[in-house]
Design a protein around this ligand. Structure first.
Ligand SMILES: Cc1cc2nc3c(=O)[nH]c(=O)nc-3n(C[C@H](O)[C@H](O)[C@H](O)COP(=O)(O)OP(=O)(O)OC[C@H]3O[C@@H](n4cnc5c(N)ncnc54)[C@H](O)[C@@H]3O)c2cc1C
Length: 417
């Protein structure tokens, strides 16, 4: 009878939740992991699905299959809608309630349009498989329509792609669209030549990749401009519509805009009435516990955890994974009557890729750019993919794409009207 063992409930099977579940797999506890999706998603490669380089199944794996070997773990497909802290129960969309002795909230983040939610319909972001396939459809349909469009102004607007946000996702997305629209498709289309398309990357700050050292930001800018991307630094987007983007008063006709500018934490703070920062992230204590909640921890993108300099740690996968492992250790310590330990982030560095043969890497003292950085970026991303099959498939796809410029996942799904 396992019912008497401590019940650990994890909400979210992203990087943080999955790391916690794996760290608890041999512990004498009963783990329940709840996610509103049936798959764990490797978000760093979503932009490759959005630009038809990879298929959705290459970067996602069923949570149930990943955790099948963990005998102490059960997986629930459901959406958490609230938490009853007095009864120590998680409330689910299906109406059920799941009791816990310890609760780990790892529900991640979503897009933020900084109060302009009306832009979401015209400038989708990429956060889920559905988002990425919707963007892929938008980009590929624009190219198809441009092929037959006779009105020159409309054709220019169809072939203009605006990416909003100059962080790693925006840079990766703009580079990949430039390669798709300028190189990969020009062989298959009759009227689209490499110079017909225009890709604009808008960043509100003074440089791209603000989290990197300034020298690498400058190298990234040069590399992306070499791919034909127009970079607009200090550009404030003032309007986004179905057929245009306005940057600081300049009206740019464009049918495709993509949002890579901001994130908002999941509503976990609201479920608890907990104190949060401007991005809605729960301000957690050093041991990752939610202040005032003895049995509840929050990790990853939905939590704000101060780093050694007092500033919040970045919303990246390594933070979520390390916190997942740490929270598991703290829970086991508490259950054994030992004190919890504060979390210390081990920062191994930052990586961002720019198209198919350049990247920037900041490993502290070691800073790399260009082809070598790109090769390391590929190795790192293949290494961290979940599942042997994904590693093989993604590795082979990249070799094939690199040699041929082909985009194997160029599928437009759904009705085209
Ligand atoms: C496009 C993109 C590119 C990125 N690139 C990089 C990169 O190159 N390197 C890097 O380090 N980081 C990158 N990141 C950031 C990284 O993916 C996140 O920091 C990381 O995923 C955070 O992990 P998490 O566990 O907190 O949340 P997530 O991995 O987002 O997981 C949250 C999980 O919670 C589930 N969930 C949410 N709400 C509920 C609910 N109410 N009920 C049940 N389940 C729920 C979701 O379905 C999801 O499975 C990128 C992010 C994006 C979107």
């Amino acid at each position: 009878m396992t019912g008497q063992r401590p019940r650990i409930v994890i909400v979210g099977a992203g990087f943080g939740g999955l790391a916690a579940a794996q760290a608890l797999r041999r512990a004498p506890v009963d783990v329940t992991i709840i996610d509103k999706r049936n798959h764990h998603l490797f978000q760093p490669l979503l932009y490759q699905v959005a630009t038809a380089a990879l298929s959705p199944a290459d970067i996602a794996a069923p949570i149930r299959a990943i955790l099948a070997p963990n005998r102490n773990t059960r997986v629930l497909l459901d959406k958490v809608t609230g938490i009853d802290t007095a009864a120590q129960e998680v409330r689910l969309g299906s109406g059920a309630a799941v009791p816990y002795d310890r609760l780990i909230l790892a529900t991640g983040a979503r897009h933020s349009y900084f109060g302009r939610d009306d832009w979401a319909a015209h400038a989708p972001g990429i956060k889920t498989i559905d988002d990425a396939t919707a963007v892929r459809r938008k980009v590929l349909l624009a190219l198809e329509r441009a092929e037959t469009e006779t009105d020159q102004d409309r054709r220019h607007a169809l072939l203009t792609f605006v990416v909003i946000g100059g962080g790693p996702t925006g840079v990766e997305m703009a580079g990949a669209i430039a390669e798709l629209a300028r190189k990969s498709v020009s062989r298959d289309f009759r009227s689209i030549t490499p110079h017909c398309s225009r890709v604009i990357l808008v960043e509100g700050g003074e440089r791209l990749l603000a989290g990197f050292p300034a020298t690498l930001s400058a190298k990234a800018k040069t590399a992306i401009e070499r791919l034909g991307v127009e970079v607009r630094l200090g550009g404030r987007v003032t309007s986004v519509g179905a057929d245009h983007v306005e940057i600081g008063g300049e009206h740019i006709p464009a049918f495709t805009a993509i949002w890579a500018a901001g994130v908002q934490a999941s509503p976990a703070a609201e479920w608890l009435g907990a104190e949060c920062d401007r991005a809605g992230r729960i301000r957690i204590g050093p041991d990752l516990k939610v202040p005032g909640q003895d049995a509840i921890f929050a990790i990853g993108d939905t939590a704000s955890c101060a780093g050694p300099d007092g500033r919040p740690l970045p919303g990246v996968a390594p933070v979520a994974k390390q916190q997942g492992r740490h929270v598991a250790a703290n829970i086991l310590a508490e259950l054994a009557g030992a004190p919890t330990r504060p979390f210390r982030y081990r920062d191994f560095g930052n990586l961002a890729t720019i198209g198919r043969r350049a990247a920037v890497i900041d490993f502290g003292r070691l800073r790399l750019s260009g082809f070598l950085a790109w090769a390391l970026w590929c190795v790192a991303h293949i290494w961290f993919l979940v599942g042997f099959r994904s590693r093989i498939v993604v590795g082979l796809s990249w070799v094939w794409n690199y040699l041929t410029f082909a985009r194997s996942a160029r599928l437009i799904t759904g009705d085209i009207t």
